[in-house]
Design a protein around this ligand. Structure first.
Ligand code: FAD
Length: 483
């Protein structure tokens, strides 16, 4: 098959999967008010690959490295900086052309790329073959994969083996000749209810007495014993909003419960090799932070654009304190872009797999997360109090008050409606329920800032810094070998 249509994708989700949202079982998620938006958001990527212009198709549809058949770009295992850069370009294009984040394959392949790289490092030919066969299955059927890493974790101060419930971290509870049985729950999993396959990776390093938790595998979403418990979301546009002429874009997360789920051996990529659990979690995190910084760039570009437009519509674009804030806003966006580009250009090779530069990818994610709230504050500052108190579209549409709004809410060099449209767009990013959701997401999704700092410390040449200081201080002689 290679490339599916959006209809084929939607049809594949009517497979008896067990999905709940707000306490209700959903039989057909494609028809659900909230979950349908997730399906449409992911579906938009299928649509673009099918109906986009020639340049877009060329980017989104790659060639199978062996057979030359068409495959989705995300199913190209990165071997070069160009492969990584193409992934970023595909994410940017999808976001800009669909108006959302059609995260249908990104996180799953972050997991699979890590599983492939680590299977090679383990020297385990069976796992290597399993990962390769799974990749071929994804390529052939153009499947949507989610990535399930984060365990519920219970008491964060305790190791997995010492938790009140042994399955606070997902674990293997039985092994047979045919496969393994797993139990536990993964949480916050983006777009999970609309995935065809769930790719599982350990959430952290496991020790010798935690071998049952060192498990990685892939499993279809409708497998017996799997239940999705989804976050509720905002639903379609309301008649109160000024909005663009396209559907709301949204990706629902879910807690995935694995209740004694059977996984055949051919779908297992790690089972008990606790010594390699750190490596797979770490390699996944590097791929995933690279994905994160790739999708954040188009996000923050739009937000920065809101600040520029609001400054102009308010007649303050040339005022010095506003320009100073715009400079900070631009510096935030462009630092992120530069780091994202650099992470692709300086990969680390794990065998023949190009892993984005771990130090730079983590620096980029830390930059993004640690300065985001300040960035939001600057946009709120420039936009003004109207971001909190704006009349809505229903007011605008009411002839009894429309003329007052038209008259009193005008700005500089724009129609009143343009100003209101921009106010509503800005509100969505910095003064809404969604905005608060994104503030939390920025801090936690793709790992907490503490996790990024750990990886930065691990990757940084601290010894080298120290030696240089000792040479400068005369403790070591000039000419001391540094590396
Ligand atoms: C919108 C969204 C989408 C997401 N999508 C996915 C996804 O698709 N797949 C996936 O697998 N995950 C996903 N995540 C999960 C994300 O990776 C986690 O939220 C993140 O790793 C933090 O874990 P946590 O939420 O359990 O927070 P916690 O672990 O509860 O962290 C809270 C704080 O405690 C600190 N902390 C935690 N444990 C310790 C410890 N032992 N010692 C010291 N400090 C500690 C953390 O650094 C942090 O500051 C998503 C999260 C969000 C918000």
């Amino acid at each position: 098959m290679g490339i599916r249509t959006v209809e084929q994708y939607k049809q594949s989700l009517r497979d008896g999967r067990r999905v709940y949202i707000s306490g209700e079982r959903v039989e057909d998620i494609t028809q659900h008010r909230v979950l349908g938006l997730t399906v449409d958001t992911i579906g938009a990527a299928y649509e673009l690959a099918e109906k986009g212009d020639a340049k877009t198709k060329e980017l989104l549809i790659a060639r199978h490295p062996d057979t030359g058949e068409p495959i989705n770009r995300f199913y190209v295992t990165p071997r070069t900086p160009e492969d990584l850069a193409n992934r970023t370009k595909a994410i940017h294009t999808l976001m800009r052309q669909t108006g959302g984040l059609p995260f249908g394959k990104d996180i799953g392949t972050d997991c699979l790329n890590a599983a492939m790289a680590v299977a090679k490092q383990m020297g385990n030919k069976q796992y290597e073959a399993n990962a390769k066969n799974f990749l071929e299955h994804l390529r052939k059927n153009d499947l949507h994969t989610c990535g399930a890493i984060t365990c519920v974790k219970g008491d964060r101060g305790l190791e997995p083996a010492h938790q009140k419930h042994p399955d606070y971290y997902l674990r293997v509870v039985d092994k047979t000749k045919e496969g393994i049985y797993v139990k536990g729950a993964k949480i916050h999993i983006t777009s999970a209810p609309a995935a065809n396959e769930i790719m599982v990776v350990p959430t952290r390093q496991m020790r010798e007495n935690e071998a049952q938790y060192a498990v990685s595998f892939a499993i279809p979403a409708n497998t017996k014993g799997i239940t999705f418990i989804c976050r509720n979301g905002r639903g379609p546009w309301s008649d109160k909003e000024f909005h663009a002429d396209r559907p709301v874009r949204e990706l629902t997360e879910a807690m995935i419960v694995f209740d004694n789920v059977f996984v055949p051996w051919e779908r297992v990529f790690m089972c008990g090799e606790w010594q390699h659990s750190m490596n797979i979690a770490y390699t996944f995190a590097t791929f995933h932070r690279f994905t994160a910084i790739s999708y954040k760039v188009p996000n923050v570009e739009v937000m920065a654009g809101c600040a520029v437009a609001m400054a102009k519509y308010n007649g303050l674009f040339k005022v010095s304190h506003v320009r100073e804030k715009l400079a900070d806003i631009a510096a935030y966006v462009e630092t992120l872009r530069a780091l994202a580009d650099a992470a692709a250009m300086k990969p680390v090779m794990y065998g023949d797999i190009a892993v984005p530069n771990p130090l730079i990818a983590n620096m980029a994610k830390l930059h993004f997360a640690s300065k985001y709230h300040e960035f939001v504050k600057l946009i709120q500052d420039i936009g003004g109090g109207i971001l909190a108190t704006s009349p809505d579209k229903r007011d605008w549409d009411n002839p009894e008050i429309h003329d007052y709004l038209e008259h009193y809410l005008g700005g500089h060099d724009c129609t009143t409606e343009e100003r209101l449209r921009m106010i509503h767009e800005t509100m969505r990013h910095v003064a809404s329920h969604e905005a608060a959701f994104h503030e939390v997401t920025t801090v936690h999704a793709e790992g907490s800032m503490a996790a990024q700092k750990m990886m930065i410390l691990h990757e940084s040449p601290l010894d080298k810094y120290e030696k240089r200081a000792k040479i400068a201080a005369g403790i070591l002689p000039i000419g001391t070998k540094i590396d």
